[in-house]
Design a protein around this ligand. Structure first.
Ligand code: ADP
Ligand code: MG
Length: 280
């Protein structure tokens, strides 16, 4: 893709899995931070009414002046909701508890599944007009397949699925895949599966290995080589309002998220060169 197109067109990735506690927010924060650390400009869009991504990045409710609720329900421009974080290159569109009522508020709104998509389209146009660049928008989805998640999937180029290495990991995944198919058929034909990332992997636990090999059998090369280990530093970091990369750069969790960011970039470059070959 020519650089000029890329500059005005951030890739939008929904971090989604309707199961709670699988590492969506942790992945959105730390992949976002790691991508920013290797030179990418990233927006983390917090679409979970619980606002864990916003808190985890050290942006408390009092500092959330304009939020993703205002963008989705109030049609406020996304650019106005962006707030800087302590990480250079990473901006946050913070969440709002009012998001939990968005589904009802938008019940009769026309094209209600397209609200976020339209906001991001306007944001892209604005970036192009102003000659500004963002490379990625990561959307931290809530733990359900509700209208918020449908908005995220409709607005996204791809879906990144964090999967916790535990017994019930694969349960519910088929429901997520069906939802992705439905969105692709009805709302967003371009939606692809970015990949599956195994989280909270515990190498002392045989079950982790079993889950990992089942998932690899099912999803093949869509599963990232990088596996995120269960690491206490990762779970401590949010209470300090920091990504684990700022809290303890050398811990296994930080290093894994850096490796994941590099793998995502390699994947992107691989896909771009495939496209160029097709065009040649
Ligand atoms: P979700 O957003 O899918 O609900 P979270 O990212 O909030 O999941 O993670 C759920 C819990 O697990 C959080 O307390 C988080 O700190 C913890 N956690 C996530 N990833 C790891 C990890 N790699 N090691 C240890 N704890 C983790
Ligand atoms: Mg979460």
């Amino acid at each position: 893709m020519p650089e000029t197109m890329r500059t005005s067109s951030p890739k939008v990735i929904a971090v989604a899995n309707q199961k709670g506690g699988v590492g969506k927010t942790t992945t959105a924060i730390n992949l976002g931070t790691a991508l920013a650390a290797i030179g990418q400009k990233v927006v983390l869009l917090d679409l979970d009414p619980q606002g864990n991504a916003s808190t985890g990045l050290g942006v408390p409710p009092a500092q959330r002046v304009s939020t993703t609720y205002d963008v989705l329900v109030g049609e406020r421009p996304l650019s106005e909701a962006l707030t800087a974080t302590t990480i250079p290159g990473l901006s946050l569109a913070p969440s709002d508890p009012d998001l939990s009522g968005a589904e009802l508020e938008l019940a009769n709104a026309p094209r209600r599944s397209y609200r976020l998509r339209h906001a991001i389209e306007r944001f892209r146009d604005r970036l192009a007009d102003q000659g500004e660049r963002f490379d990625y928008i990561l959307i931290d989805c809530p733990p359900s397949l509700n209208l918020l998640t449908v908005n995220a999937l409709t607005a996204s180029d791809s879906v990144l699925v964090p999967l916790q290495c535990e017994f019930f990991a694969l349960e519910g995944l088929s429901q997520l895949m069906r939802t992705i198919d439905l969105v692709r058929t009805n709302l967003n034909t371009g939606l692809t599966l970015q990949g599956v990332v195994l989280t909270m992997y515990d190498r002392r636990n045989n079950l982790s290995d079993q889950v990992a090999s089942d998932v690899r059998e099912h999803f093949g090369d869509k599963v990232y080589t990088t596996v995120i280990p269960r690491n206490v530093r990762v779970s401590e970091a949010p209470s300090f309002g920091k990504p684990v990369l700022l809290y303890d750069l050398n811990c296994a969790g930080s290093q894994a998220y850096i490796a994941l960011a590099k793998e995502v970039l390699r994947q992107e470059r691989g896909q771009a060169s495939e496209r160029n070959k097709e065009l040649a």
